[in-house]
Every structure is written in C-alpha cells, then in structure tokens.
Design a protein around this ligand. Sequence first.
Ligand code: GLN
Length: 246
Amino acid sequence: MAERRLNILHLYPENMNLYGDRGNVLALAQRARWREIPARIVTREVGQPVDWDAVDLVFMGGGEDTHQARIADDFLALGRELASRLQDGLPMLAICGAYQLLGRYYETADRTQLPGLNYLDVWTEAGDTRAIGDVVSYTDLPIEPRSLVGFENHGGRTFLGSRARPLGEVTLGQGNNGEDRSEGAVQDRVIATYLHGSLLPKNPHLADLLLMWALMNRGIDDRLEPLAADEEFGAHETILSRSRNS
Ligand code: GLN
C-alpha cells in the first residue's frame, strides 16, 4: 500500500505570487499535517530540474505581465512533461497568471503574445479595463458547500473552448471575461481560477478536494478525516455576505 504523504511542487514562487498566493501552499500542507500526513513543499525557479516522480500536487500562482513574460519560456520547456503528467491525473491548482499560461496563449496589455502550454482549452486577451474585487462563484465540483470565494485582479479576459468546463458561475465579480459569468476552468484534476485571496484558506473544502486527488494519484483511496473549519468558513461567509448585500 502506498505511503500517505504529500509532496507539493510550488512553481516560480519568486515571480508568480500575488495577493497571498503562497497561502494556498501553506493551507494544503497544514491541512495534510493536521491529518498526520507528512507534507513537504518543494519550490522550483527558472532553470531548475524537477523530480516529477516525487511530485503529488502542483501549485503555481499569479503574476504581473512582466513576471509572466520572465518565466514563459521556461514554463513552456517544462510544460511538455507537466502536461503529460496532468493528463495522467496529477492534480494542480493554477491561479490567474498561471491559469492563463496553461491555455493556448495570453496576449498581454502591450499586445505581446505569450504562448501557453496548450493544455487547457482556453485563451486569454487583455481587455481595456481590469477586473478587480471580491468574487463569489458556485461550482459543480463534488464539494460542499458549492460556493467559492476570493479576490480577482486581472486585465486578461479568458474564453473557454469546448474541452474546458468552467470551475464555477459567478454571482459577484467578473470571472473569466465579464461576459458569460463563467469563472476558472477544470480539466482532469486541474483547477484553474482567477481567485487570489489566498483562495484555499477561506475555501477549505476546495483544499481538501485537491488533497484527496493528490492521495488518489498515489493510489490511496482513503477518505480524509473531517477537520474543524469554523474560522475558515467564517472568512468564507464574510465574502458571501458581500454578494448578498451587493
Ligand atoms: N497579468 C495578468 C493579468 O493582468 C495576470 C494577473 C494576475 O495574476 N493577477 O491578467
């Protein structure tokens, strides 16, 4: 039987880390440790090697256009192996700038086209204004509650092709493009979203889904023991109440 442990690969923490994105990695590791699952965080910057067989879960945060441009070539080079692992079920959480680079391309505000990994069937083009503020969305993922809350700040408008399905439908905020109410994308065990915040500390149900997927990917089918999450859901509820009052 495979060992219950968790190795999280955090890609480009120096360049791709906005609005507390790193808190997602801390939340994942902590929620694993609270269940006595040893968790290790491995960071990787441009040009460094990856021991893919030792990776159980991948995280990559958002970044300004200039930071995305800085890592884009390296990400493409890494991408072939990453995309094939993702197709095989390796779970990943990708926020904002990372979400954009998992798609076909991201055209930045100065009209430079950064090619993406072409793993997610989405594409992104900068609009004339930025989408900034709290977001509430409702997801079809098998989690309870169905609500997800976070904070968005992006110029990119993302559109989904037929192979990608949205992570959620927004009731507050702009989401992918401000037009079709979709937010984020899900493919295989990859969750891509515009939600910063940090996202996972106030969406512990989503953190646990990622942890469960990571264990499943190691061949472990155990259910995760429930944890008290009053403070986490208290923060969640605070943002939800803003959507009710808006
Ligand atoms: N630079 C990208 C945009 O403005 C991503 C921003 C982000 O990661 N918050 O759309």
